[in-house]
Write a protein that binds this ligand. Structure first.
Ligand code: LLP
Length: 419
């Protein structure tokens, strides 16, 4: 994995040996490589080289760390946000309001106002109801909100059910058979400038076929809208490109994706917009953990109990997701083990019967491909600390999110005086 490599038998993040970070910051801790993050951002852009001036907005939910957003902003990325909190982060990172897209099926009134006040570039509306609410809020303020209508194309993304968003029975977007009517209605609402269509069918997509189907349907809808006199200048094609988590898995490259988009969108005559998250951040991060102890069992592989848990990296517990585990200083010996965290439920399992480096109490190890949907989904379940984050750049590293200790959370709680 570029960004993370072994030198003299010890895993480094760029030029920093991971034991140095563990000693300085403690474990568990997320470690990001700035070089790898930047390389991914450039690879995605390079894949779209055939397109004329695409707009790239990083899906903040994948990794909302302020330093990460700042780095991507410097690479010319805008931000795709889904909450007032994410909007505030994107602005704090210095991303221009005009490059911010506000997605999400449940933007509250306050969040719509925050977007209007900030003067963001585009609201991706997910329903006629939301459009009317934004219309009223914008009109009251004498503003015009640039908008796209998110369409639900009724396409099966063939990914994990919980991250599939393009089928008719999901909550996302306006059903494609009603989208033309909704667009026409909203185009006549005051305070809105309906300028485009948006689609996002799911995440961790392993094939381009479903995306191509969705984009083709979007193109047909665009043609129909134009034929009836509407103006469309933007098309937001969402995110979704998957990455390999297991050795040997193969995924479409940014070039494959770009070539498909160029073919399908030929003649659309719009500014194409993209919202990649995982592709940019996943491979730029690892979760560094220390083995607490190894519980031997005569009848089955040992339980390797690590100090990271489902609250730090939720993906295995939530989706049965695979994250490769690698020793920081491998002995060369391999074996079979169950990899578990300390949280008190069986769901706190990273892997069963995993063939991996043999690990002993006190050893360091990393879960790979953890830079997207890792720290951002962390919680403090079991009254554990909120996991910190470190950014590495060459031989330097900085704590870019501090560990939030249980004591700080306890200090934010109150016992009522009447108790
Ligand atoms: N745009 C919208 C409107 C989205 O909902 C998402 C992701 C993206 C863009 C970015 O998709 P990406 O390029 O990252 O696939 N927590 C899950 C992933 C949830 C994705 C939600 N939406 C996981 O850990 O796999």
């Amino acid at each position: 994995m570029e960004g993370f490599s072994y030198r003299d038998g010890v895993l480094q993040a760029e030029d920093v040996p991971l034991p140095r970070i563990a000693d300085a910051v403690g474990t568990p801790v997320y470690v990001y490589s700035l070089g790898r993050l930047t390389a991914q951002a450039r690879a995605f852009r390079a894949g779209l080289a055939e397109l004329d001036d695409p707009h790239l907005a990083f899906a903040v939910k994948a990794n909302p760390n302020l330093a990460v957003l700042r780095a991507l902003g410097r690479e010319g990325y805008g931000a795709d946000v889904v909450s007032g909190g994410e909007l505030a982060r994107a602005l704090a990172a210095g991303i221009a309001p005009a490059d911010i897209v506000f997605s999400g099926v449940g933007k509250t009134r306050d969040e719509l106002v925050q977007g209007l006040d900030a003067g963001i570039g585009q609201f991706n509306l997910e329903s006629e109801e939301e459009g009317f609410e934004l219309s009223a809020l914008a009109s009251e303020r004498g503003k015009t909100a640039p908008c796209a209508l998110r369409v639900n194309p009724d396409v099966d993304a063939r990914t994990h059910d919980k991250i599939s968003t393009g089928r008719r029975d999901t909550k996302f977007g306006v059903p494609i058979d009603r989208a033309a009517a909704t667009f026409a209605t909203l185009a006549r609402a005051p305070g809105l400038r309906m300028r485009g269509l948006a689609v996002h069918i799911g995440s961790q997509l392993a094939e381009l076929g479903p995306l191509e189907d969705a984009y083709t349907r979007l193109g047909e809808l665009m043609a129909a809208l134009r034929a009836s006199g509407e103006t469309i200048s933007h098309a937001d094609l969402g995110g979704g490109l998957g990455v390999a988590y297991r050795p040997g898995e193969s995924f479409p490259s940014a070039e494959d994706y770009g070539a498909m988009v160029a073919r399908v969108a030929r003649g659309w005559n719009v500014r194409l917009m993209f919202e990649p998250g995982r592709f940019i951040a996943a491979e730029a991060g690892v979760l560094l953990t220390r083995i607490i102890r190894v519980k031997q069992d005569a009848e089955s592989p040992p339980f390797v109990v690590v100090d990271a848990a489902m609250n730090d990296l939720a993906r295995p517990a939530l989706y049965g997701a695979w994250h490769e585990l690698a020793a920081v200083a491998p002995t060369g010996e391999r074996g079979r083990a169950h990899i578990v965290g300390p949280v008190c439920e069986t769901g706190d399992t990273f892997a069963m019967n995993r063939d991996c480096d043999v690990l002993a109490a006190g050893d360091l190890a990393v879960f790979l491909t953890a830079g997207a949907y890792g720290a951002t989904m962390a919680s403090s379940y079991n009254s554990r600390a909120l996991v910190p984050e470190v950014l590495v750049n060459g031989g330097r590293f900085t704590v870019v999110a501090e560990r939030i200790e249980p004591a700080a959370m306890l200090a934010a709680e109150r016992v009522p005086e009447w108790l």
